[in-house]
Design a protein around this ligand. Structure first.
Ligand SMILES: [Zn+2]
Length: 598
């Protein structure tokens, strides 16, 4: 058994999440974590809501709330959505905890002492009315190159040139229209060039990454510049240095604190288990965690933070860049084993857009459809390695033709027939070649499906599991046990149904990481008791360091099915099954399309 960290991207707490978000990070990370646990690994799956930064401050201002109030609202919404999808986080927390502040400041401090954080005076845009940093993308003006009137401070969408905000003609704030002031302001920078060599050496040792992710990450190293990690803002983690600690106008930049969340959430999890150093089994590079593996799940817009910025923080903190140094108080820390990035999901041919109502939120989806129907679509047709379009017609087809008519039908007809004719799982008498062949296909699935999930090829993995289902349906049609009506044929009928039910049981285990809700139901239909697929729970907890209480997602995942074929017991009672999946009416397509704007 080895220790495996599943580090899942932190959703930003400025609104509810849509299905594009969860298809990129949540569901693939959950499939991986569930499988790895079933295969006997000690998995720690952590994340939380990302709650600092200018966008939350701006939105809170516009709604007359404090940033914390806004973050509280969407933290809860997101926790409930992820719970509804059955995502098995060991801890899903948030970045506004006392624990997180402490860990962020520890890392800042360690990097600073090792010389990887440097102070610089720069020209920055400030909002004259609030004194806050106005980030580049919140500044708009006329492009000095092509004359386009609505160029952004970071780039012109008309001519595509990269810009600096002070180059814009007639710059104005997109928040309130005022003219920004460009003032000299002192900030701290992460000295990325000082870890560039160490980063390149680390990337050279990476194996099995999706080629585009590795190529993109290597290219980022060609032009590494020091990167500002503080902001003129009052919402965020204070800077833990003398002369800065008590300033209300300077905070650590949100992306610096958010990536540290993987570590702080692991530490919070350990503190909550009563063994405060347990996190080291996943993190400690020179101690008990040195053989651990760490997989990071995200959409492709976040690659840079996970393959460059976060490793740079870990290297600098551990004293492994060109400036040397020694590990900070938490010790040398593990770098990512793999950055698993997915591509984008679009919606009916368009980019998801909450403001333009090209969107379906997780909550609305789960009100009308089952979580496993969405999990199935994401696994079988999601944006694993290329941009992919979600359409309601395709969702309907996948649900009705594959989930209901394929897997649901196999479960339903084999259990019904056995219940009706035997009342229990019948014994197998003498196995034919066809029986043996089908059982072998199902058993072989454990190796093929498992290896594919380990390599993050989930689309192919669920394809292999569904191939076992198709083979079993074909077998039933060919063997036609319903024709064996005579008393003399009954032992053969029982044998066929025994084989079919064994394969239903195996296929159910193969599908458990993908479809945990229905896997539990199938387990019970087969007469099984107890937990087959453990589920997360929402718990209200108090802040460990005295802050306000908040909801977390957590669970006991040590129980449940193992990744192996378990022989079914002849004689176990069966009842006539209820359908496991819901067949959807074709009219849902038009109903859903009419909810989309335009
Ligand atoms: Zn331009």
């Amino acid at each position: 058994m080895s220790h495996v960290l599943a580090a899942v991207a932190w959703p930003y707490a400025n609104g509810p999440r849509h299905i594009g978000h969860v298809s990129g990070f949540g569901v693939p990370a959950d499939v991986f974590s569930r499988y790895m646990r079933m295969a006997g690994h000690d998995v720690l799956m952590v994340s939380g809501t990302d709650e600092h930064g200018t966008p939350i401050q701006v939105q809170a201002d516009s709604e007359g709330l404090t940033p914390r109030q806004l973050a509280d609202r969407y933290n809860r919404v997101i926790v409930e959505d992820l719970h509804g999808l059955g995502l098995s986080y060991d801890l899903f927390t948030r970045t506004t905890t006392g624990n997180h502040y402490q860990v962020v400041q520890d890392l800042f401090d360690g990097l600073y002492r090792n010389g990887y954080i440097i102070a610089k005076t720069t020209l920055g845009a400030i909002s004259p009315s609030t004194g806050r940093t106005l980030p580049d993308r919140y500044i708009e003006g006329t492009c000095p190159i092509c004359g386009y009137g609505s160029a952004r401070g970071d780039q012109c969408d008309n001519c595509g040139n990269q810009l600096d905000p002070e180059q814009l003609i007639n710059p104005r704030s997109r928040i309130n229209g005022e003219t920004p002031e460009f003032v000299e302001t002192e900030h701290f920078f992460l000295d990325l060039p000082a870890v560039a060599e160490a980063l390149a050496a680390w990337l050279d040792t990476r194996e099995g990454w999706r080629p585009n992710v590795l190529r993109f990450s290597r290219n980022l190293l060609d032009d590494l510049q020091p990167r500002a990690i503080t902001r003129d803002l009052e919402w965020g983690v204070p800077i833990p240095l003398d002369g800065w600690r008590d300033r209300s106008d300077k905070r650590i930049y949100v992306w610096f604190d958010a990536v540290i969340g993987y570590l702080s959430a692991s530490i919070e999890w350990a503190r909550r288990t009563g063994d405060p150093s347990a996190w080291k089994k996943w993190w400690s590079a020179e101690g008990e965690g040195k053989d651990a593996a760490a997989y990071y799940f995200m959409g492709k817009d976040n690659i840079v933070f996970h393959s460059v910025i976060w490793p740079a923080i870990l290297l600098g903190y551990s004293g492994q860049g060109s400036r040397g140094g020694s590990p900070g108080d938490l010790g040398a820390l593990n770098l990512p084993t793999e950055v698993v990035s997915s591509e984008f999901l679009t919606m009916e041919g368009r980019k998801f857009s909450s403001s333009r109502q090209v969107v379906i939120y997780v909550r609305d989806f789960l009100e009308r459809y089952d979580a496993d129907a969405l999990r199935y679509f994401i696994a079988v047709a999601g944006p694993e390695s290329q941009d992919t379009d979600f359409t309601w017609a395709e969702f309907l087809r996948r649900n009705n033709d594959e989930l209901v008519a394929g897997w649901g039908n196999l479960v339903n007809r084999s259990i019904s027939m056995a219940a009706k004719n035997f009342g229990a799982i019948p014994p197998a008498v003498e196995l034919t070649e066809a029986d043996e062949a089908l059982l072998a296909v199902a058993r072989a699935g454990f190796r093929t499906v498992g290896e594919l999930i380990e390599k993050h090829r989930q689309k192919q993995a669920i394809g292999e599991a569904m191939r076992v289902v198709a083979e079993a349906n074909k077998y039933l049609s060919e063997q036609a046990p319903w024709k064996l009506k005579d008393a003399a044929d009954k032992p053969r009928m029982g044998t066929i149904l025994h084989v079919a039910l064994q394969v239903v049981s195996d296929a159910n285990t193969l599908l458990t990481p993908f479809l945990p809700h229905s896997a539990q139901k199938v387990h019970e239909l087969l007469g099984g008791t107890g937990v087959h697929a453990p589920m997360p729970a929402i718990e209200e907890v108090s802040d460990l360091d005295g802050g306000p209480a908040y909801p977390v997602l957590t669970g006991d995942y040590t129980v449940g099915a193992r990744w192996e074929s378990v022989p079914i017991e002849a004689g176990r009672q069966l009842q006539a099954p209820k359908p496991v999946f819901r067949k959807l009416e074709p009219s849902i397509v038009d109903e859903e399309l009419s909810r989309l704007a335009g």
